[in-house]
Design a protein around this ligand. Structure first.
Ligand code: HEM
Length: 424
């Protein structure tokens, strides 16, 4: 496949196991090329990945009360209190709620709730992706000059400057020595950085870039689930019953174990993601050193490759009636395989599981390290939403809003609304 910047080799699914742990291919290097790092300054930093993979997952249990408290605050702030039907834009609302909740984990209070912070934080990816699109229109040899005429690039550099100003006091506090280290992404990234990387410029750049993986991806997933729930309100009673019983069993204090008991909601989310994932392809990698696939195909250094995740997820060989939405599909697969004794891996059909047929969180060595946290946030948001609200499509005749596709990304139509009505 020829993209605007490089040929992308779509590798057959059968080759995936041989590449699963391969170190000569790299996700971050692919992202650098894909997002024009020379001009946009995108960095896929190992310190940031480590902070998500190790620190975030290690502290996830302790962070649950904070996440739950912030979710309550965000829902009260962003959702209507009307007992009559009230339209909301599914994506924008999801984005602001997740922006507040993830923002609290990323930079902490009071900054995460300040409007000037949230507005910059949530606007950045829009300007970032339009910069990438604008740059791609120019031939490579003209980009070093063209960059100076691009309003989109100016915009992202301006936001970076404002974000740096807002974060500067946090970095200064760390240089002066903190009495107690907070459990925030700012802190983990700081601790995982070499001394020469502890500059305001570099640290704030990592934090503003974090809005894409830690907020936009989750908000896309939430908005897609909300469209699916509003299209199929018949799922609401069973999902409410499950959420209510898990909440009761935990005396209102949800733990990691509570989230793993939300098996119907988990299946619903995975089905929503199967049909409307984040991207058309996954397992995107750049080849760092030449390598030969088991079928003899030779991949030169510098080549880009990806797996056809969208098409695999709609292949009738792996999924019965693949274009039909069945919210309990993955729960049924789990139960059927348990009763037939054929389930080797208990977690196989979970939202967060990755394998050769479930690639929407990536695959192998560099699969998404934030997926457990994302699952918690999405379950908490959807569970709270359905307990407090009835929901339906604003335009019922139009049916389930169709996703938009742009440059391999699949995203929920930002113009589409759902209607909410407070239940009690
Ligand atoms: C529903 C939400 C999310 C989706 C669909 C998603 C999807 C992905 C995908 C497809 C990849 C590439 C993996 C590969 O190709 O093997 C990835 C990588 C990554 N994700 Fe996520 N992600 C989500 C949420 C998050 C969150 C909440 C965080 C952090 C808090 C996060 C942090 C990362 C990081 C750091 C990487 C790079 C991993 C590496 O370079 O080794 N993601 N994600």
């Amino acid at each position: 496949m020829i993209t605007k910047d490089y040929p992308l080799f779509i590798i057959p699914q059968s080759m995936l196991p041989s590449l699963r742990m391969e170190k000569r291919i790299d996700f971050g290097s692919h992202v650098h090329d894909q997002h024009q790092s020379k001009y946009t300054g995108v960095v896929c930093s190992p310190n940031f990945v480590k902070s998500c993979l190790i620190d975030l997952n290690k502290h996830l249990g302790e962070l649950l009360p904070t996440i739950t408290e912030e979710m309550r605050y965000a829902l009260n702030r962003e959702l209507p209190s009307s007992k009559d039907w009230h339209p909301i834009p599914s994506f924008e609302t999801s984005l602001r709620i997740i922006g507040l909740v993830s923002g609290r984990v990323n930079v902490g209070l009071p900054l995460s709730r300040r409007d000037e912070w949230l507005d910059q934080y949530l606007q950045y990816p829009i300007h970032f992706f339009s910069s990438v699109a604008a740059l791609s229109k120019w031939p490579h040899f003209l980009r070093p000059i063209a960059q100076y005429w691009m309003p989109q690039l100016r915009e992202i550099h301006e936001i970076e400057g404002k974000v740096q100003e807002l974060l500067a006091p946090q970095f200064a506090e760390r240089r002066n020595g903190l009495k107690e280290k907070p459990n925030t992404l700012v802190q983990w990234v700081w601790d995982n950085s070499e001394e020469e990387m502890k500059t305001d410029d570099y640290q704030s750049k990592l934090q503003i870039l974090a809005t894409v993986p830690t907020i936009y991806t989750v908000a896309f997933g939430v908005a897609q689930c909300i469209f699916d729930l509003a299209t199929r309100p018949e799922y609401l009673p069973m999902l409410r019953e499950e959420y209510q019983s898990v909440l009761q069993a935990a005396n209102g204090n949800l733990t990691k174990d509570s989230f793993s008991k939300m098996v119907k909601l988990d299946s619903f989310m995975k089905e929503s993601q199967r049909l409307n994932p984040l991207t058309m392809v996954s397992f995107e990698r750049k080849v760092l050193e030449p390598l030969t696939l088991p079928d003899g195909t030779r991949l030169p250094a510098g080549a880009h490759l990806a797996a056809p995740s969208f098409h695999i997820a709609r292949d009738p060989e792996y999924f019965e009636d693949p274009n039909e939405f069945d919210g309990l599909r993955f729960l049924k697969l789990h139960r059927d395989q348990i009763s037939s004794g054929s389930l080797k891996d208990q977690s196989k059909h979970q939202y967060v599981s990755v394998d050769e047929t479930s690639l929407h969180f990536g695959y192998g060595r560099q699969a998404c390290p934030g997926r457990w946290y994302a699952a918690v946030e999405i379950k908490l948001l959807l569970g709270s939403l359905i307990m407090d609200y009835d929901l339906r499509l604003e335009d019922a005749k139009g049916g389930r809003p169709t996703s938009k596709v742009d440059n391999m990304f699949i995203y929920p139509d930002p113009t589409k609304m759902v209607a909410l009505r407070k239940r009690v």
